[in-house]
Design a protein around this ligand. Structure first.
Ligand code: ATP
Length: 320
């Protein structure tokens, strides 16, 4: 393998830059050329591709977002756009590709790999919704951003003796809610993996109030099928507690990556280089326990998510 391409696609996540840096420097260290493709599959179709050097990735390990920028591309999913993307890979003599992104981006990688170009997928998404890996790049930073917000909200909600529903991201995966709820000492955590029970939420809030609790934090994952405002209205109606709503939204996607995310990104990025250097077919890189692992790309995406109910039970027990 003489020349590798790299792109970031889908939603950005903190740590993508650290992953790019690892792939760029790892490639150069292993005597391979590395080409950066801007704006994901959109930039591939447009030919926005340039060679990267050791200094191209200076001063980015600590930055959120992605220096290559990112996009969602419907054009790539149409035959004409896909063909143009493949022509660009050929024009630039790119022999292997590293795709950093979520489930959709990796499925795009599978489509490319079926033409014979090896693709290595790195899990870059805050959602932690890829079943084949314990953690995705950006998840830890996002949880820490939510924790910081919970701290701020706690200050004001205890002063005013309020309850607050905080909605967090994660699509259909409740991990951001679960981890930030447990670590932030939330009274209640609502995730899509567990059926919503309004009665038990209200009962817990009233019991807390009767014990002298000045405020309550309810963390709701965005995938739970009720809006934060609807939930707050029902709580106020049934308990008499003043309940505010905070939807954290995109602040969870930005910010300087945590040490954990930079470590994950650096280790995964370098594994991607090793896999291409050693002539492997398409693979998805992940982490299991503390070990960096890799699986066949398509098989990895077909793995069924396993919901770890023990963390939810612990959050319940510790928030009595
Ligand atoms: P996030 O989890 O942060 O949203 P993602 O990678 O899942 O990231 P998507 O918007 O689902 O984000 O996918 C990014 C891009 O990947 C799409 O805009 C499209 O160009 C490409 N893509 C998605 N699904 C497929 C597919 N099944 N086949 C080919 N390309 C795909």
């Amino acid at each position: 393998m003489k020349r590798i391409g790299i792109l970031t696609s889908g939603g950005d996540s903190p740590g993508m830059n650290a992953a790019i840096r690892a792939v760029v420097r790892g490639s150069i260290y292993n005597k391979m050329e590395i080409y950066g493709i801007e704006r994901g599959y959109e930039g591939l179709i447009a030919g926005d591709i340039k060679e990267l050097s050791v200094s191209s990735v200076s001063d980015i390990i600590q930055r959120g977002g992605t220096m290559l920028r990112t996009a969602r591309s419907t054009h790539f999913m149409e035959p004409e756009g896909f063909k143009r993307a493949m022509d660009m890979l050929e024009n630039f003599e790119i022999e292997g590709l590293v795709v950093i992104g979520g489930d959709g981006s990796m499925r795009g990688g599978v489509a490319i790999s079926k033409t014979g170009v090896p693709v290595i997928g790195l899990p870059g998404t805050i959602d932690n919704d890829l079943a084949y890996t314990d953690f995705t790049i950006g998840f830890d930073t996002s949880v820490n951003t939510v924790l910081s917000a919970i701290g701020n909200i706690r200050d004001t909600s205890s002063s005013h003796e309020r309850s607050t529903v905080i909605e967090v991201m994660g699509r259909n995966c409740g991990d951001i809610a679960l981890y930030s709820g447990l670590c932030g000492g939330a009274e209640t955590v609502l995730i899509p993996e567990v059926e919503l029970n309004i009665n038990s939420i209200c009962r817990k809030l009233i019991q807390g109030k009767n014990r002298g609790k000045l405020h309550s934090i309810i963390i709701k994952a965005e995938g739970v099928p009720v809006s934060a405002q609807e939930l707050a209205d029902v709580i106020t109606e049934r308990t008499g507690l003043e309940t505010k709503v905070v939807v954290l939204a995109y602040i969870q996607r930005g910010g300087t990556p945590t040490g954990r995310d930079r470590m994950l990104a650096s280790r995964m990025g370098y594994r991607a280089v090793e896999l291409l250097r050693d002539g492997n077919d398409s693979r998805a890189v992940g982490i299991k326990g503390s070990a960096i692992v890799d699986y066949d790309l398509e098989e990895a995406l077909n793995m069924e998510p396993v919901y770890d109910s023990a963390i939810n039970e612990l959050a319940e027990i510790l928030s009595i």
